[in-house]
Design a protein around this ligand. Structure first.
Ligand SMILES: *Cc1c(COP(=O)(O)O)cnc(C)c1O
Length: 357
């Protein structure tokens, strides 16, 4: 059904009004915390130029455009994204953007991770490729035994081999696994150099690997979670004082005083022990916040327990402040919900407005 023009334009003007109306959950991005984290990582990596910032999945939920622009302003020259949609949003800001999950196409500022021999056979000969080798994670990457075949295809087809990479399966665990994968990769690097590929860059380190390594000697480190403020490492490793970048806020929608014994929300799971002023706040599982389990309620950053079940768009809290900080530490939330910071952060939907503070 098409609406008459008058109604359409009224709806449009209402919508444009609503879009700028402040009554909405929002995310604050702490620029100083982000720059602090990048400084710490650059110290560890040896220089700013060695930081390849992973911006995949809407910059771990922080907002792709905002984080890419801040990163470029700080001096990040290398980006890593998931797909071409993300790549085209940010590539103009960086010297190179590595795309992890798409077929290679020719573009002066993009390179593409390639994980299969067949993909090498099919790759556009003008595309920059970064060969991924499986050194033990057994997810993506060619097998070590396939390396000679891969180099032969690259030579025969005249492909542009920009990089060679691998990924650790257990860099964040205090075992020897990181060391043998690193050793394998170092041997592969020697071999590839000895085969005459001198202008290739080598990279294997994610956040955990970079933070735990003694001396970083690769060309770039692909850092994600640490740049956003989380050190996912056991206590046996050094700490770097990284600071969470993202805080999630919700705004008050309505308030009421309820009497002792009244029950709140779907299922009436929570019963008030005394007369209480409660308010609803506009965040819910439809925004990517966890529904969780109402018998084990989450406590907000300001110490307020969520009362009863989380709805699609609302939660109830025992207060009437105009806005509340739901979360400023994804590690706390991850622990509460038995998951990882990555999942808490990347779940936050794109429609939530993000502001830099
Ligand atoms: C996501 C990802 C990273 C970043 O990992 P963090 O643990 O967030 O630093 C690095 N490399 C690859 C291939 C990835 O997919």
């Amino acid at each position: 059904m098409t609406l008459p023009i008058v109604i359409q334009s009224t709806v449009a003007s209402l919508l444009s009004h609503i879009r700028y109306h402040p009554s909405m959950a929002y995310i604050e991005i702490d620029k100083d915390a982000f720059f602090h984290n990048l400084n710490q990582l650059a110290l560890k990596a040896g220089s700013k130029e060695k930081i390849a910032l992973v911006l995949k999945d809407n910059a771990y939920g922080h907002g792709l455009a905002i984080m890419a622009e801040l990163a470029a302003r700080w001096g990040v020259r290398e980006a890593v994204v998931k797909n071409l949609k993300e790549a085209f949003e940010v590539e103009r800001l960086f010297d190179n953007t590595l795309v992890l999950g798409e077929r290679p196409v020719a573009h002066e500022r993009l390179s593409f991770a390639v994980s299969e021999l067949s993909a090498l056979e099919e790759a556009d000969t003008k595309a920059a490729i970064e060969l991924k080798i499986d050194t033990g994670m057994h997810r993506n990457g060619i097998a070590e035994e396939e390396l000679d075949r891969a180099l032969a295809i690259i030579r025969k087809r005249g492909l542009h081999l920009k990089g060679v990479m691998t990924h650790y399966r257990s860099a964040d665990i205090c075992t020897s696994e990181y060391y043998w994968q690193k050793k394998r990769f170092a041997r592969l690097r020697e071999y590839i150099l000895s085969e005459g590929f001198h202008s290739v860059r080598f990279h294997s380190h994610n956040s955990a690997a970079l933070l735990r390594c003694k001396s970083f000697d690769e060309d770039i480190a692909r850092v994600g979670i640490a740049a956003y403020g989380y050190e996912e490492l056991p206590d046996c490793f050094d700490r770097y004082g990284l600071k969470p970048v993202l805080s999630l806020y919700a705004r008050r929608f309505s308030s009421k005083v309820l009497k002792r014994g009244e029950r709140i929300g779907y299922g009436g799971d929570f019963t008030l022990a005394e007369d209480t002023k409660i308010s609803t706040y506009d965040i819910g599982y439809g925004d990517g916040w966890r529904r969780g389990d109402s018998s084990n309620p989450y406590t907000t950053a300001e110490g307020l327990k969520i009362l009863g079940r989380v709805s699609m768009d609302f939660i109830s809290l025992p207060c009437d402040r105009e806005s509340v900080c739901i979360m400023n530490d994804a590690a706390y939330a991850a622990k509460h919900f038995s998951t990882i910071t990555y999942e808490i952060l990347t779940s936050l939907k794109e429609h939530i407005p993000r502001y830099v503070v």
